[in-house]
Design a protein around this ligand. Structure first.
Ligand code: NDP
Length: 454
């Protein structure tokens, strides 16, 4: 497939997938599968639309809305909605592309999609956000449905926004049905959905630690650097704390908090952060509350400032770990890095991590977002199952299923990496190769069976 220079994020996601498949024995063993690459890399459909809405001054505002329906071989399109000024087709195509293979890794029947708008909720009132969501869904509702396309949340789309979107869909279609996930508990949501991505990430890393140390170590006693302070970061932090780890950093788009001593964040501090994030405030507003236990560094990401850490969990946005930051993490003794964010690491950072993995037995180990953050969409899949049955499961049931899915996903990544490895299998297997190959092969087989490629 020819490259698309005006879609750099999508090109990066494509290059990352294709280069790891090429760098394995997959195409040697199955030459026909390479023919699928140009086919699977073009979305089945993209919907673009205008969103006009009224601000608090009574003035008209306009934004661009999108839904990329990338692949439906395994089930209805499934993937979140992002509201952020940086949203464009390149970003949504990269997210949708990753989503196809991630959803395959959950073992559930979900296709891949992603959508959103270049709307910036910062500085907007609750009423403006409600009116924007209503305007956005007024158009999107024509293109989605519980058996067609089931969106969820992503950056700046949480429970409140899903409520406004669901309410609008219900009104316009006159149907109360499982068309969105991440819904509230009294109107069709699943327990553990808000927690799922962060918890799932930590369950995945726990498996990495146990595998690498042959069961000798767990999260207990580990120092953990986390970026972001939204949904994924908050619940990842809470689970790390529950498992006995120390969270030494959290950040947002304007700066980072770094622990100044041995002690990390506690649950009460995380809950303060959750409160201010709900009203769209910056972390800087907590500087005086958190000082001197935490130092606030404006404009910083945590990685070069975190000092000695065992684990790094990027949980904010794409390309938030550069090659130099990856080097700094390695130099500071970090052993495990796993992405809560999608495409959290640049290609240069992945190269650093993968080289380190191969250099030393027991070296650094990288868990890509496609696998490590699949817990969110997995519990969305469980929410769809509960909606279809018109029943709801307990927290313990959902959390147990989430854990099983993350453990199975980890084991699939390990075994697939070993099966298709061109390396000698003495060290840690490449989880990025394992995830990409396992996801791709599952989608390929379904597309072949469906006559979508031959
Ligand atoms: P939230 O909107 O809840 O939080 C996003 C966090 O990232 C905020 O702290 C935000 O800072 C920060 N952030 C956003 N954009 C940037 C940027 N350009 N530079 C630096 N920081 C930034 O989103 P989520 O927690 O839901 O999502 C975080 C990541 O996890 C995303 O990559 C998303 O795609 C991924 N993900 C989310 C899933 C989910 O279930 N929610 C599932 C799987 C992956 P600020 O508050 O200043 O804007």
């Amino acid at each position: 497939m020819s490259t698309i220079p005006y879609e750099p994020e999508f090109q990066q996601a494509y290059d990352e997938l294709y280069s790891t498949l090429k760098d394995s024995t997959l195409f040697e063993q199955n030459p026909h599968l390479e023919k699928l690459i140009p086919i699977v890399s073009i979305p089945e459909r993209i919907v673009q639309f205008r969103v006009t809405w009224e601000d608090d001054n009574g003035d008209i505002q306009v934004n661009r809305g999108y839904r990329v329906q990338f692949n439906s071989a395994l089930g209805p399109y499934k993937g979140g909605l992002r509201f952020h000024p940086t949203v464009n087709l390149s970003v949504l195509k990269f997210l949708g592309y990753e989503q196809i293979f991630k959803n395959a890794l959950t073992g559930l029947n979900m296709g891949g999609g992603k959508g959103g708008a270049d709307f910036d909720p910062k500085g907007r009132s609750d009423n403006e956000i409600r009116r924007f969501c209503q305007a956005f869904m007024t158009e999107l509702q024509r293109h989605i449905g519980p058996d067609t396309d089931v969106p969820a949340g992503d950056i700046n789309v949480g429970g409140r926004e899903i409520g406004y979107l669901f309410g609008t869909y219900k009104k316009l279609r006159n149907q109360f049905e499982g068309v969105l996930t991440g819904k509230g508990l009294t109107w069709g949501g699943s327990l553990i959905r808000p927690e799922a991505t962060g918890y799932g990430l930590v369950y995945y890393v726990d498996e990495m630690i146990k595998y690498a140390t042959e069961g000798k170590e767990t999260f207990a006693g580990k120092r953990v650097a986390i970026s972001g302070s939204g949904n994924v970061a908050q619940y990842a932090a809470l689970k790390v704390i529950e498992l006995g780890g120390t969270v030494v950093s959290l950040s947002d788009s304007r700066g980072a908090f770094l622990a100044q001593g041995e002690e990390g964040f506690n649950a009460e501090e995380i809950s303060k952060i959750a409160e201010i994030k709900l009203v769209r405030k910056q972390l800087a507003s907590l500087e005086s509350d958190f000082s001197p236990k935490f130092k606030y560094i404006p404009g910083a990401r945590p990685w070069v400032h975190a000092g000695k850490v065992d684990v790094a969990l990027p949980c904010a946005t794409q390309n938030e770990v550069s090659g130099e930051e990856a080097q700094a993490l390695v130099a500071n003794g970090c052993k495990y890095i796993a992405e809560g964010s999608n495409m959290g690491s640049t290609m240069e950072a992945i190269e650093v991590f993968e080289n380190e993995r191969m250099k030393t037995a027991g070296g650094i180990w990288y868990g890509p977002g496609k696998a490590a953050n699949c817990g969110g969409v997995a519990v969305s899949g469980l929410e769809m199952a509960q909606n279809s049955q018109r029943s709801s499961w307990t927290s313990e049931e959902v959390d147990g299923k989430l854990k099983d899915i993350m453990v199975t996903c980890f084991n699939t990544c390990v075994s697939t990496a070993k099966n298709y490895s061109s390396e000698n299998n003495s060290g840690l297997p490449s989880l990025v190769k394992g995830a990409n190959i396992a996801g791709f092969v599952k989608v390929a087989h379904a597309m072949k069976d469906l006559g979508e490629f031959w």
